[in-house]
Design a protein around this ligand. Structure first.
Ligand code: C5P
Length: 221
């Protein structure tokens, strides 16, 4: 078992997709399984951290000792994260839906056979990572974001580090057909203000343990 090097620290982790309702029976979602985030929550808890896992809808069970809060939408996820502060560490792995339906219909939308469907107006969701990274008394000492990209991975990830104001970015290539999104393995780069490390293709549990060890080192006395 790893040393309890994060004892006394509070870590906030987000995981999974969000579901953004269109009407009572339909929603916008994505292919995130939540596995990487759940593995990170487990790895931080194994190192002694108190872990709050704010999770979108997934098929996973909470790792032992982790306090899980279930949410559906991006706006609920942001509210749950803010309610969980203060935290020393925030690792935001959730694949938050960028957009939601601008108007949630109170009744099931009806199809009209033979008629062209109406366009679906979208609204931009809040960016939880940018919110938690913003300077303020409740800003966690270490905020880690993820960047899942299909193109220009490192350039986009570096731009994200600057734009969102987080401390580290874990960048992964989710190109179609590489099996990472929803799969068991991950191949990541860790971008910090000091540079970029490339890790080998590893099971998501091992990526989580490597990241948790890096986080523990960052908080070592
Ligand atoms: O902008 P993009 O979605 O690529 O950024 C990914 C990172 O930002 C991830 O850490 C994700 O959890 C976080 N994010 C967020 N809220 C959003 C969109 C992304 O926290 N609305």
């Amino acid at each position: 078992a790893p040393k309890r090097s994060l004892a006394g620290r509070h870590a906030l982790v987000t995981a999974g997709p969000t579901h953004e309702p269109i009407d009572p029976v339909r929603y916008i979602a994505n292919r995130s399984s939540g596995r990487q985030g759940y593995a990170i929550a487990a790895a931080l808890a194994a190192r002694g951290a108190r872990v709050t896992l704010v999770s979108g809808p997934t098929a996973l069970t909470a790792p032992p000792g982790v306090d899980r809060i279930d949410v559906e939408t991006a706006r609920e996820m942001l509210a749950a994260c803010e309610a969980a502060l203060p935290a020393d560490i925030a690792v935001l792995t959730a694949a938050v839906a960028d957009w939601r339906a601008a108007h949630e219909a109170g009744r099931k939308l009806k199809k009209r056979p033979g008629e062209t469907p109406e366009p679906l107006p979208l609204a931009l969701n809040p960016d939880i990572l940018a919110h938690l990274s913003a300077p303020g008394p409740n800003r966690p000492a270490l905020v880690v974001g993820f960047a899942a990209e299909t193109d220009d991975l490192l350039r986009n990830a570096a731009a994200k580090l600057d734009r969102k104001g987080c401390d580290w970015i874990v960048a992964n290539d989710v190109a179609d057909g590489n099996g990472i999104m929803g799969g068991d393995h991950n191949e990541v780069h860790l971008l910090t203000r000091d540079g970029t490390e490339t890790w080998p293709r590893l099971p998501k549990n091992d990526v989580a343990n490597c990241l948790a060890d890096r986080i523990a080192a960052r908080f070592a006395p």
